[in-house]
Design a protein around this ligand. Structure first.
Ligand code: NAD
Length: 489
């Protein structure tokens, strides 16, 4: 923080592991309350100087950051794989999607332009500006150590705010690497600060009077808590939560394409994506054929160390692995058909990594825990329904509403779907419909608390507040007293 690494004042630490080997590779010091104070104080002290730095200079720093990240992206991807476990190509993809937001934020002068109305009333002009908030907090989950923070900080910084990022304690190193890159790009000390920690750090940020906004991404119960606590302390909060994403496959769909995409979206990043497909809804009489095609593909996937060119890596911790395996046990016990069993997979990894292989259930019903809970692992549940209407009703009855997809060649059905489904991000023959940086990312219902989605114009709006200026330059003949409410003439 404030341009230098500090050891922190507390004595609590957490282990950081390489999930592919199970080895503890480092420990991270967890912030105490005093460390929260120090991080926010650094951001507060840096704010006036950064806010008053011209847009031209701020944009130069943004472009420099972009260039450095382009040159050094493989280093960041390697860090992500070593602590999260996702395969290297997926980690590189995460960095690239984050970089898109940096590129969007390079256009901040255009995005911050206000409106101007000349002679709104006689000789009265009106204009609007958007100004930064001050120190803002970003609290991120383990599953995207770079991309999720990058949904927020490029826009926050470009708009003139200062940032305290509290990354997940499971994957702390990416945030440190990014902080150094900002320094190398010429960002003044104190504008981007990293605060490592857990609930103590989060609670400190949520209640700190100098923190003006909170951008949170994580599980639904914590997102709700963050939203309620942050707003109760007068802050602007956007809190993105968990998900249960469905893909519908209509009878007219290309089943090979649908099976490929079910695999990619179900098992990519070992299912540890908030946009992962975890429920596949087969409509009509295609289910047997579709399940067979998904089964064949799932059985061919190679699970292993993400640095060695396999398809899928491990889960992030031993606890995650045990939790996911517990769901597989529960699905079997509840009577779902276990088509592919990923417990105890064969891998190429050394040591005791946290692996669960691709797992496929058929004949899943909506009362089973493998359907009702967000598993956050490589477990795909196939549900069978007779009609399109039943499929949409099933999605709309689900408490989450992050992403969904429909697979069909029927344009009319796709058009109905995008209109009727109560979900924030929709894919039509696209299984993981993560919006481009210039659109906004966010779900509905229990997948987002607050009213601003991430990045795009909603992101710019979130990290700025509006002012409207009404001005009149009087000549000496105008004067006199009039206590009436101003009217236009
Ligand atoms: P998490 O909720 O456990 O942790 C998220 C952040 O909150 C971390 O920084 C963590 O340190 C902090 N935290 C954890 N427990 C806390 C507590 N009791 N009080 C205060 N802070 C606490 O989530 P995770 O396991 O790191 O990430 C996975 C979850 O994130 C999944 O549910 C996934 O769907 C969700 N996610 C959602 C999106 C989205 O865009 N909606 C994107 C990525 C991940």
């Amino acid at each position: 923080m404030d341009g230098a690494a500090t050891p922190g004042t507390g004595d609590r630490t957490a282990d950081v592991t390489n999930p592919a080997t199970g080895e503890v590779t480092s420990t991270v010091a967890l912030a105490a309350a005093d460390d929260v104070q120090a991080a926010v104080a650094a951001a507060k002290a840096a704010f006036p100087g950064w806010r008053d730095t011209s847009l031209a200079r701020r944009v130069q720093v943004m472009f420099r950051f972009r260039e450095l990240l382009n040159e050094r992206a493989p280093e960041l991807a390697a860090i992500i794989t070593s602590e999260h476990g996702k395969v290297l190509s997926d980690a590189a993809g995460e960095v690239a999607r984050g970089q898109e937001v940096v590129e969007f934020a390079c256009g901040i002068p255009h995005l911050l332009k206000g409106g101007f109305t000349e002679n709104a009333s006689t000789q009265v002009d009106v204009h609007s500006v958007r100004q930064p908030l001050g120190p803002v907090a970003i609290i991120s989950p383990f599953n995207f150590p770079a991309m999720v923070p990058m949904w927020f900080f490029p826009i926050a910084i470009a708009a003139g705010n200062t940032v305290v990022l509290k990354p997940s304690e499971k994957v702390p190193t990416a945030a440190n690497w990014i902080a150094q890159l900002w320094k190398d790009a010429g960002l003044p000390d104190g504008v981007f600060n990293v605060l490592h920690g857990d609930k103590v750090a989060v609670d400190g940020l949520l209640t700190h009077p100098d923190v003006k906004s909170v951008s949170f991404v994580g599980s639904t119960p914590i997102a709700k808590y963050v939203y309620e606590t942050g707003t109760a302390h007068g802050k602007r909060v956007q809190a993105l939560g968990g998900a249960k994403n469905h893909m519908i496959v209509l009878p007219d769909a290309d089943l090979d394409l649908a099976a490929d995409q079910a695999i990619n979206a179900g098992f990519g990043s070992a299912g540890e994506r908030c946009m992962a497909i975890s429920a596949c809804v087969a409509v009509g009489d295609i289910a047997d054929e579709l399940v067979a095609k998904i089964r064949d593909r799932a059985e061919a996937l190679r699970t292993g160390d993400g640095t060695r060119g396999c398809d899928m890596g491990p889960l992030v911790t031993a606890a995650s692995r045990d939790r996911v395996a517990g769901f597989v046990d529960a699905g079997e016990a509840a009577g779902a058909t276990l088509v592919v069993d990923g417990r105890n997979p064969e891998t190429d990894a050394d040591g005791e990594g946290f692996f669960v292989g691709p797992t496929l259930f058929d004949h899943v019903t909506t009362d089973m825990s493998i359907y009702t809970e967000e598993i956050f692992g490589p477990v795909l549940a196939v549900l069978r329904v007779d009609t399109y209407d039943e499929a949409v009703a099933l999605i709309n009855a689900n408490p989450y509403g992050n992403g969904t997809a429909i697979f069909t060649n029927d344009g009319g059905a796709a058009r109905r779907f995008q209109n009727e489904v109560e979900v924030g991000m929709i894919g039509i023959n696209v299984p993981v419909p993560v919006p481009m940086a210039y659109y906004s990312f966010g779900g509905w219902k229990n997948s987002l608390f607050g009213d601003s989605h991430a990045h795009g114009t909603e992101g710019v709006h979130f990290f700025t507040r509006g002012k409207v200026v009404t001005s009149r330059w009087l000549d000496p003949s105008h004067g006199g007293i009039n206590l009436g409410f101003p009217q236009n003439a």
